[in-house]
Design a binder for this molecule. Structure first.
Ligand code: DGJ
Length: 704
C-alpha cells in the first residue's frame, strides 16, 4: 500500500518518492522527509523534538510543522489563522486521530484530525499518494464543531517543507495578458518570496505553480520539488526561508481580503473544504517534473481523460462580431475542405451583440443575424462533417442587456461606489444561488436546444469593487464562494451534457489551473497568436500543462513576416486550431494548410498524448526545439524553430539537437537523415538541422 503507518508517523510512498511525517516527543505533527523513496522505514529521519531558542523563539519557530496554525511564540508563515467568538486569536492544534482508508471511489486516503486544545475547531488533513505518477496530493478541511461562529482569516491547503539546505532556487511563471507564462528562476534567501492572485481568477500574471531546486537542476537532471494548487480564484504562494534556515512553500487560497465565518456545528457553512495541492519530487530535472504533472492531468484530472482533440476552426479573428449565418457558412465550407473537424463560432452570435458594449447576459441567438436560430448553421456544419462549437461568457453582463436591466443587483458591487466596467462589462456574482440557478438554466437550454459539441467559456475582465450586498455570511467570503459557485454551475452543466468538450478561456490563460481542469478539457493559453511570441508562451505553459490541453490556433498575425508553415508548426505543438480569415487565403495556401492538417492528424496522438521534452528553450534562445515521444517509445516528433539570429545566415551554425526519451538500444530513423541509428546515438551524438531566420521543421521519428 502506498500510504502506511510507520513508527512515529506515516509514510506516503510512490514509485520512486517518499513523503514522511509524524509526531515528535512533544506531540507536534512534524515534517520528516520528502525525496527519493528509501529502502527501509528506519531510513527516514525521526521527527526532531521541540526546542526553544533563547527567549525569542518558541517551538513553532524551529519545528517544521506539517500544518502550523498561528499561535504561541511563532513568527513563520502559518497555514491557519482564526479568531474565536471570545476574541482569542491564538490557535493551538493538537493531534487527535489518524485513519487510513478508502474514499467513495476506492482511492486510499490518509486523514489526520487536529483539534484546538480549547475551542471546538478541528482541521482534517487529507493525503493521497498517486503511486504511478510519483505525486502526493494534500488538502485540508476546517470545521467548527461548536455553537459559536469562528472567523477564519487564513486557511491554506498545505505547507511543503524542503530538506534543510541553503541553496534553493524557485522557478515560477509570471506575465500579463498577451504575454503569459514567462519562466523565472530566482534564488531563495532568508525572508519570503510571495506570488499571488487578487483578481478573482487564477490570473494571467502568475500561476500557483512552483518548482524548487538546489540551483543545479536543468531540464533533464537534478533534484526538483514541484507542485501546483487546484484552484481557480485568488491564491497565494509564499516561499519562506526562516531564520533557522528552513525553506518551505505555503500555498492556498489567498488570505488577502479573505474571511470565512465557520458557522455552528451542523450548519451548511460549518466547514470549509480547501483546494487540493498536488506535488512531487524528481531527480530528473524540470523536464521530468513537467512530465509527471502532464501524465497526472491526462490520467486523473481531465473529465474526458486523455481524449484526442479535433482540429478546430474558430472564426473570431476572421469575422469578429460580424457573425451571421452566411458568413459562418462560407467559412465552414472552406474549413471542412481543409480537413477541419470542429467549427466554432466565437463572440458576436447572441442577442444585441454588435460590438463589446452590449448583449452579454442574453444568451439567445441574435434575431437579425440568425433569424431561424442557430439550427440551420449547425445542420450545415454537421453536414460538412464537422462538430459545432460556440463561445459564451456566462459570468459577465453588459449594462446594455435585458439581464442587467432585470437584475442590476446581481453583479459584484458596493452599493455606494461606482461599478467600474472592464470592456463595458460587469461580473455576475456567481456566489449567489439565484445567479447560479439562472446560469445553469440558461446554458442548459442553449445546450439542449442545439447540437453543440464544444463550448469555449470565456471571462474577460478582472474584478473591481468586490462587494456582495446582502451576503449571508461575511461579504469577504465572495472570493471563495464565487469560485465554488462557478464550479457548481460548470459541473452541473457538464453532468447534464457529458459529451460536450469545454474550453477554459479568460482573455487568454487567466483561468488556467488544475482546479478548472476537472471541468474543462482544454485551455486557451493566450490571446497573443503571433507565432513567435507563442513559442515562448507555449513553453511556459508546458511547465505544468500537457500539450493536449493547449489549444493553439494558426492565425493571420504577422503573416507578412511568418510563413504559413512556421505558423502551423508552432500550433501543431498543441491541440491544433485555425483562426485565419479563410476568405483571404490563396488556393495555394489552402492546399498547404490542408496538407499540414493532414500531417498533424498523423502525429496528433504523439503530440497530444506523448511525453514532452523541451530540448532547447524558446524563452532563452532564438533556436528552439521540442520533442514528443509516444508512451511506448516507438515513435516521436521533433519540432525545431529559428526566429531571428543576428548575422548572415551562412555564418550562423546552429547547435546540435540531442533527442530524448528514446530506448538506447532500439534503432530509430529520423525524417531527413539517412540510416537508422540507435536511440543512444540520436541522444548522445545528436543531429544537426539548418534553418534560416523564421524557418521551422518537423521531423518524424520512428523505430525500425
Ligand atoms: C477573448 C478571447 O481570448 C478571444 O479568443 C475571443 O474569444 C474574445 N475574447 C471574444 O470576445
Amino acid at each position: 500500500m502506498s500510504i502506511r503507518q510507520i513508527a512515529d508517523g506515516w509514510a506516503l510512498e510512490t514509485k520512486s518518492t517518499a513523503y514522511v511525517f509524524g509526531l515528535n516527543s512533544g506531540g507536534m505533527l512534524i515534517h520528516r522527509y520528502w525525496g527519493a523513496r528509501l529502502p527501509g522505514e528506519n531510513d527516514y529521519p525521526p521527527a526532531p523534538s521541540s526546542a526553544i531558542w533563547l527567549s525569542f523563539n518558541g517551538p513553532g519557530q524551529l519545528a517544521r510543522e506539517e500544518y502550523p496554525a498561528w499561535g504561541g511564540q511563532s513568527f513563520v508563515e502559518p497555514c491557519l489563522k482564526a479568531t474565536f467568538s471570545t476574541g482569542v486569536r491564538d490557535v493551538v492544534l493538537n493531534f487527535e486521530s489518524a485513519t487510513i482508508g478508502e474514499n467513495r471511489d476506492g482511492v486510499q486516503e490518509l486523514r489526520l484530525r487536529l483539534s484546538d486544545k480549547h475551542y471546538p475547531l478541528v482541521v482534517d488533513l487529507f493525503y493521497r499518494a498517486h503511486e504511478e505518477y510519483d505525486l502526493i496530493e494534500r488538502w485540508a478541511v476546517v470545521t467548527n464543531l461548536g455553537t459559536e461562529p469562528i472567523l477564519l482569516e487564513r486557511a491554506w491547503s498545505c505547507l511543503w517543507h524542503l530538506p534543510l539546505d541553503n541553496r534553493y532556487r524557485l522557478s515560477h511563471v509570471s506575465g500579463r495578458c498577451l504575454n503569459e507564462m514567462q519562466l523565472h528562476r530566482e534564488s531563495l534567501a532568508p525572508g519570503k518570496k510571495v506570488i499571488e492572485s487578487r483578481r478573482l481568477t487564477t490570473s494571467h500574471h502568475a500561476k500557483p505553480w512552483f518548482a524548487v531546486d538546489r540551483g543545479n537542476a536543468d531540464e533533464e537532471s537534478g533534484e526538483v520539488w514541484f507542485g501546483t494548487l487546484a484552484w481557480s480564484g485568488n491564491w497565494k504562494l509564499v516561499a519562506e526561508t526562516t531564520d533557522f534556515g528552513s525553506t518551505r512553500i505555503g500555498i492556498g487560497v489567498n488570505d488577502w481580503d479573505f474571511a470565512w465565518r465557520l458557522d455552528s456545528k451542523g450548519g451548511a457553512s460549518s466547514s470549509l473544504v480547501l483546494p487540493a495541492c498536488v506535488a512531487g519530487w524528481t531527480e530528473g530535472g524540470f523536464g521530468a517534473a513537467s512530465r509527471a504533472l502532464h501524465d497526472y492531468v491526462r490520467g486523473e484530472l481531465l473529465p474526458h481523460r486523455p481524449a484526442l482533440h479535433p482540429v478546430l476552426y474558430n472564426s473570431w479573428e476572421a469575422t469578429y462580431y460580424d457573425v451571421d449565418a452566411p458568413s459562418q457558412t462560407k467559412l465552414a465550407t472552406i474549413a471542412a475542405g481543409m480537413g477541419v473537424e470542429l467549427f466554432v463560432v466565437d463572440d458576436g452570435w447572441f442577442q444585441g451583440r454588435k460590438t463589446d458594449n452590449a448583449g452579454l447576459g442574453d444568451w439567445r441567438p441574435d434575431e437579425r443575424k440568425f433569424p431561424q436560430g442557430l439550427g440551420p448553421l449547425i445542420q450545415k456544419v454537421n453536414a460538412l462533417g464537422m462538430g459545432f462549437g460556440l463561445w459564451v461568457e456566462p459570468e459577465m453582463v453588459n449594462p446594455d442587456s435585458d439581464l442587467y436591466r432585470a437584475h442590476p443587483d446581481w453583479v459584484i458591487h458596493f452599493p455606494t461606489r461606482a461599478r467600474t466596467e472592464g470592456r463595458n462589462q460587469l461580473i455576475l456574482n456567481c456566489a449567489r444561488l439565484d445567479v447560479q440557478e439562472h446560469l445553469i438554466a440558461t446554458l442548459d437550454k442553449l445546450l439542449s436546444e442545439n447540437n453543440i459539441a464544444f463550448i469555449k467559456w470565456d471571462m474577460n475582465r478582472n474584478v473591481s469593487e468586490p462587494g456582495w450586498p446582502g451576503a449571508p455570511g461575511d461579504p469577504r467570503e465572495l472570493w471563495v464562494r464565487y469560485v465554488q459557485g462557478l464550479y457548481r454551475i460548470w459541473g452541473t452543466l457538464r453532468e447534464r451534457h457529458p459529451t460536450v468538450t469545454w474550453q477554459s478561456c479568460a482573455g487568454g490563460d487567466a483561468r488556467a489551473d488544475f482546479g478548472i481542469l476537472r471541468l474543462a478539457d482544454q485551455i486557451w493559453p493566450s490571446d497573443n497568436t503571433l507565432a513567435d511570441s507563442r513559442l515562448a508562451i507555449q513553453e511556459g505553459f508546458s511547465q505544468f500543462f500537457p500539450a493536449n490541453v493547449m489549444e493553439a490556433w494558426v492565425t493571420d498575425a504577422a503573416r507578412e513576416r511568418l510563413s504559413l508553415e512556421f505558423r502551423f508548426h508552432v500550433s501543431m505543438c498543441g491541440a491544433l486550431g485555425v483562426g485565419c480569415d479563410l476568405n483571404k487565403l490563396s488556393a495555394e495556401e489552402l492546399r498547404q494548410a490542408a496538407q499540414l492538417i493532414a500531417m498533424y492528424k498523423e502525429i496528433r496522438p504523439i503530440v497530444q498524448l506523448g511525453h514532452q521534452y523541451r530540448l532547447r528553450s524558446a524563452q532563452q534562445s532564438p533556436f528552439s526545439a521540442v520533442q514528443y515521444v509516444s508512451s511506448d517509445c516507438s515513435a516521436g516528433v521533433l519540432f525545431a524553430f529559428r526566429t531571428h539570429i543576428a548575422g548572415y545566415d551562412s555564418t550562423v551554425t546552429l547547435p546540435a539537437l540531442f533527442l530524448r526519451g528514446l530506448q538506447t538500444d532500439w534503432l530509430y530513423e529520423v525524417e531527413g537523415f539517412s540510416g537508422a541509428r540507435s536511440g543512444a546515438a540520436w541522444m548522445r551524438v545528436g543531429l544537426r538541422i539548418e534553418l534560416k531566420d523564421f524557418q521551422s521543421t518537423i521531423r518524424r521519428i520512428h523505430r525500425v
